[in-house]
Design a protein around this ligand. Structure first.
Ligand SMILES: [Zn+2]
Length: 286
């Protein structure tokens, strides 16, 4: 059993034990909260197996890419996949079917979906100066997947029943129905963002992953520093600011963990990054 699964199982046991205590205290409803329904959701939480998780990610990625399709730049997409795969191989879940892509949005952001989907916006790519920064951003997103942050957020919604029961029985021919059912919650989740605690965890795990992949662990902090000094009224930053803690707060939270990685001397690979992103920069200077 992998570390996240052990954590998830421990979480379920703790929550279930808590619910059992409430139940003994007098029925399933306390202050109009239906504990029966919550307990059912918790049961489902345990039931989402990896194939289902991947299927959910497929559906969510379809909605995300429907809103902003992948950029038509084969060289860039191949490059981002190579760096992303290498980072993901250092993670707790190297065998997921990882996919990395740059979409055509000018907003400065990056997303992950369950099962191994990572999307970086064109706007974010233009903010980056070297491969260590790209690896840092991808590592943050990979950590959201390995720690199942989006999957767990979805489980707190009305979709819990679908995730636990309906999905296992969903055949390929019914995938369009799954995509349809996931579309609303997906849009809602990516507009609202994850819990701040999940973001801080992805930062912490991300810098370690980037370092394990052989990159300067200061790649992600360097991106956060760029974002912290950007104009907060920039329209293209609005979604990032709405869905994440402020960059300076993230930097402050990261600082103690970074101190332990201080001795690492690793490459930034600025020249290779500039080479593979030249079309992107040529287009932006027009
Ligand atoms: Zn994040």
């Amino acid at each position: 059993m992998s570390a996240p699964r052990i954590l998830a199982a421990a979480f379920v046991m703790a929550v279930t034990a808590g619910l059992a205590a409430c139940q003994q205290g007098g029925g399933f409803k306390i202050q109009n909260v239906d504990l029966g329904a919550i307990a059912k959701g918790v049961g489902n939480l345990r039931d989402v197996k990896e194939p289902e998780e991947i299927k959910i990610g497929d559906g969510m990625a379809e909605t995300l890419l429907g809103a902003s399709p992948l950029l038509d730049d084969a060289e860039l997409q191949k490059y981002v996949n190579e760096i992303g795969m290498w980072v993901a191989l250092q993670s707790e879940r190297p065998n997921l079917p990882w996919h990395f892509g740059v979409n055509s949005s000018d907003h400065i952001n990056a997303f992950a979906a369950p099962g191994g989907y990572i999307i970086v916006t064109k706007g974010m790519m233009r903010q980056l100066r070297n491969e260590a920064e790209l690896a840092g951003v991808l590592a943050h997103e990979v950590s959201h997947v390995t720690r199942k942050h989006h999957l767990n957020a979805l489980k707190k919604t009305a979709l819990a029943d679908l995730l636990g029961e309906g999905l296992a029985a969903t055949s390929d021919s019914k995938n369009s129905e799954l995509v349809r059912q996931l579309a609303g919650p997906t849009k809602e989740l990516y507009a609202r963002g994850l819990d701040k605690g999940d973001e801080f965890e992805a930062d912490r795990v991300g810098v370690v992953l980037a370092a394990r992949a052989g990159y300067d662990p200061y790649g992600l902090p360097a991106v956060l520093t760029t974002l912290a000094t950007a104009d907060p009224n920039d329209n293209f930053l609005s979604l990032l600011y709405k869905t994440h803690p402020l960059p300076q707060v993230r930097l402050d939270k990261l600082a103690p963990g970074l101190a332990t990685l201080d001795g690492i001397k690793a490459p930034l690979n600025a020249t290779r990054f500039q080479l593979h992103t030249r079309k992107l920069r040529a287009a932006s200077s027009q």
